[in-house]
Structure formats: structure tokens, C-alpha cells
Design a binder for this molecule. Structure first.
Ligand code: PLP
Length: 395
């Protein structure tokens, strides 16, 4: 996919071929299979000797439109849509790793990604080592002669630490490994990992790409060989594909992605500043703050600072829960990237299954809260957070 148009144009128009019905909005192809004109055509399509649809586990026009549009926005040659973000990570690892291949992944990963790496990938014969996300020298140390894949999620959840994608891409290339970036927090509206040298981009479309908390889905974006052939081949065979309906929802989500991200970022920056001056808040994690240790890297690597703000309250779990339980509007849920602002206590939810050691290693303490800033007014979001924060400040 070459990027012929500007991002905002491609987000609305790329990837879809109107059918003979002349529909203006993309059609949902709710069909499990497709019919052939004759036996020879069926044989040709099954053996890939002729293009065309066969069966919706691996060829569906609505899903293909989403794949083409996302590939265009990320600047990738190929995209494969999956049933969830986790299915995208699984498909990428299973399709691209040989038994014995070694993986180095960043600390501070999404909880299920960490579980998948530690419990299942290792069991399948691919040991995983973990490197500090913001220290390329630690990555260098963890790399072995068998390392074939570096995996990073940047900014990290929930502490918003950044990986230097260019530095890791160089490290990967120097060691005959590939760099895989989970771009869920930024989306291509804020960060283009492939342009920075990464080989593959992973998405949980469930988050900002949907944007309204409706569907679970994911995607793998990259070159024709690895993604278009190998990841696609695994998905075609093993089956964790995206449904036509979900692809349609995500197509619609992409149309408004850039606009929504602008508002998420602007509001998150204001909330971060507001939290910083609140007496009940001891620390704020947001790359847009001038005192964030990677503020400059963020300016170089992303076009804006993102919609997620984390902060520590004075006290511990009691005080953190007090903030959550005194909200009246915010959604108490672990989802993010939604029009509705969400609030989470990571230590007892998203990171609750980790051992105390792993949680400490990830830097997640009991006083930490994560807010994924939505599209409501900043005034109303801060007023809702203030209900609990003001009580703590008075104690
Ligand atoms: C949610 C999430 C995932 C997993 O995606 P699902 O769609 O829930 O399977 C992976 N990575 C990150 C950073 C996420 O936030």
C-alpha cells in the first residue's frame, strides 16, 4: 500500500471498492462463503491461482477493506485483521517464530500479553526475556544469538514510559531479529512505527480504532512476505479472524480516528496539568508534561502525547479506591480508547494477576490510578475526579 493521499483522506476513503449496487457507506458482507461460476473457477480460487473470494475465514470483502485502510494508514504493504488484539499477537508469534527462537520483550506490557509470553509462548519453545523499555543497553544485554523477535508496547501501560523505536529497530537489524511494535496506545494518527524502522505493527482495534467500546478486534501490519503470506497463512489455517460486522465498525472508527485522537490528546494534557496541581496527587505520568523523562523523545517520535494519564494519590489503595468510588460519571472499567472516560486501579485489576514481584518490577503501586481520557468536557471529567481527590486532600 502506498500512501497516495493525506492521512485524513485515507482514513475516510482508502481500501474500499464500491459494489455494483453503488452503496455510499461500505457494505457488510454477512456471508460465510462465496459461490463460483463453475468447477474450474472454484479449483483456481482454492489453490490461489485466481483472485476472488472463497470463505470468510480468510477472504471477506468488508474485512479486506478494513485491512487495506489500516495498512494504508500505517504505511505497511499488508495487513491481516484478527478476532482480537491478543489474536494478533499470537498469530504474529506463532507464524514468525521457529521452535527455539528467543524473544526479548519490554517490561510494562499489557497484562494478557505478559501472560501469553510467560505461560504459553515459553511452553511452545520460545523463551522470552524482558528488558527495561526505556534502556536500549538493557535490550542489548538480553539479546542472545537465538533472538529473532523484539516486542515493545510504547508508550507503556499504565506508566506511559517510551521505547526509542529507531534505536530498537537498529538493534533488531544488527542482530537479525525483527521489531514488533504494539501501537494500540498511539494508533497511526500519532505514531508510525514502520516509518521509524519497525518491521511489524500490532493493534488492538478494540481501543481507539473502534473508539466507542463496541467490538473486540485486532490487526497485524507489515510487509507482504511476513504479514501478507506467513501471518495470513497461519490465520487462514488456524482461524482467529475478524468478522465482517466488526470490520465494518472498525472501518467507521478509522474515519473519525484522527479527530478523536486530537481531542483525546488535548483533554488528557489539560487533565494532566490539573492533576499536577491538586494537593491529593503525588505524581502524574503523562509524556506531555515537560518533566516526563522522555518528553523530548515523545515529541520526536509521536505527533502528540496520547489520551492516557496515570497518577498516584497521597496514601495507598484506600485512597485510590476512594477516588474511583466517588466518581459519578467516569466508567469504572479497564477498557481504554473510548469516547467515555474510564478509570482503573491497575494494581487490583489489569495487573492483579501478576505476582507482587512482577508488579513491583513494572512500577505499579497501590496508589496508582489510570484515566483514559474520553471525549466529555474536561471540566466535567475533572469535577468527577475532584469528588474523591478533594476528600483525600481534606484528611
Ligand atoms: C487491549 C490491549 C491488547 C489486547 O487487545 P484485545 O483486543 O483486548 O485482545 C494488547 N495490547 C494493548 C496495549 C492493549 O491495550
Amino acid at each position: 500500500m502506498t500512501q497516495a493521499n493525506d492521512f485524513s483522506t485515507d482514513a475516510v476513503r482508502a481500501g474500499y471498492e464500491r459494489t455494483h449496487e453503488g452503496e455510499h457507506s461500505e457494505a457488510i458482507f454477512a456471508t460465510s462463503s462465496f459461490v463460483f461460476s463453475n468447477a474450474a473457477q472454484a479449483a483456481d480460487r482454492f489453490t490461489n491461482n485466481a483472485p476472488g473470494n472463497v470463505y470468510s475465514r480468510f477472504t471477506n470483502p468488508t474485512v479486506r477493506a478494513f485491512e487495506h485502510r489500516l495498512a494504508t494508514l500505517e504505511g505497511g504493504e499488508a495487513c491481516v485483521a484478527t478476532s482480537s488484539g491478543m489474536a494478533a499477537i499470537m498469530a504474529c508469534c506463532v507464524a514468525l517464530l521457529e521452535p527455539g527462537d528467543h524473544v526479548v520483550a519490554s517490561t510494562g506490557l499489557f497484562g494478557s500479553t505478559l501472560q501469553f509470553f510467560k505461560k504459553y509462548l515459553t511452553r511452545m519453545g520460545n523463551p522470552v526475556a524482558f528488558a527495561k523499555i526505556d534502556q536500549p543497553s538493557d535490550w542489548q544485554q538480553k539479546i542472545t544469538p537465538r533472538t529473532r523477535l523484539l516486542f515493545v508496547e510504547t508508550p507503556s501501560n499504565p506508566l506511559t514510559q517510551l521505547a526509542d523505536i529507531k534505536a530498537l529497530a537498529t538493534l533488531a537489524r544488527d542482530n537479525s531479529a525483527i521489531l514488533v511494535v504494539d501501537n494500540c496506545f498511539c494508533t497511526p494518527a500519532l505514531q508510525k512505527p514502520l516509518e521509524l524502522g519497525a518491521d511489524i505493527v500490532i493493534h488492538s482495534a478494540t481501543k481507539y480504532i473502534d473508539g466507542q467500546g463496541r467490538c473486540v478486534g485486532g490487526a497485524v501490519v507489515g510487509d507482504n512476505k511476513r504479514v501478507g503470506e506467513e501471518v495470513y497463512g497461519f490465520l487462514r489455517t488456524a482461524g482467529p479472524t475478524m468478522s465482517a460486522f466488526n470490520a465494518w465498525v472498525f472501518l467507521k472508527g478509522l474515519e473519525t480516528l484522527e479527530l478523536r485522537m486530537q481531542r483525546h490528546c488535548q483533554s488528557a494534557a489539560e487533565i494532566a496539568q490539573w492533576l499536577k496541581q491538586h494537593p491529593a496527587v503525588s505524581r502524574v505520568y503523562y509524556p506531555g508534561l515537560a518533566d516526563h523523562p522522555q518528553h523530548q523523545l515523545c515529541q520526536a517520535q509521536q505527533t502528540d502525547f496520547g489520551g492516557v494519564v496515570s497518577f498516584e494519590v497521597q496514601g495507598g489503595q484506600t485512597q485510590a479506591w476512594q477516588v474511583i468510588d466517588n466518581t459519578q460519571m467516569l466508567s469504572i472499567t479497564a477498557n481504554l480508547g473510548d469516547a467515555k472516560t474510564t478509570i482503573t486501579h491497575p494494581a487490583t485489576t489489569t495487573h492483579g494477576r501478576l505476582t507482587d514481584d512482577d508488579r513491583e518490577e513494572a512500577g505499579i503501586n497501590q496508589s496508582l490510578l489510570r484515566v483514559a481520557v474520553g471525549l466529555e468536557s474536561v471540566k466535567d471529567i475533572s469535577r468527577d475526579l475532584a469528588r474523591g481527590l478533594d476528600l483525600i486532600a481534606m484528611d
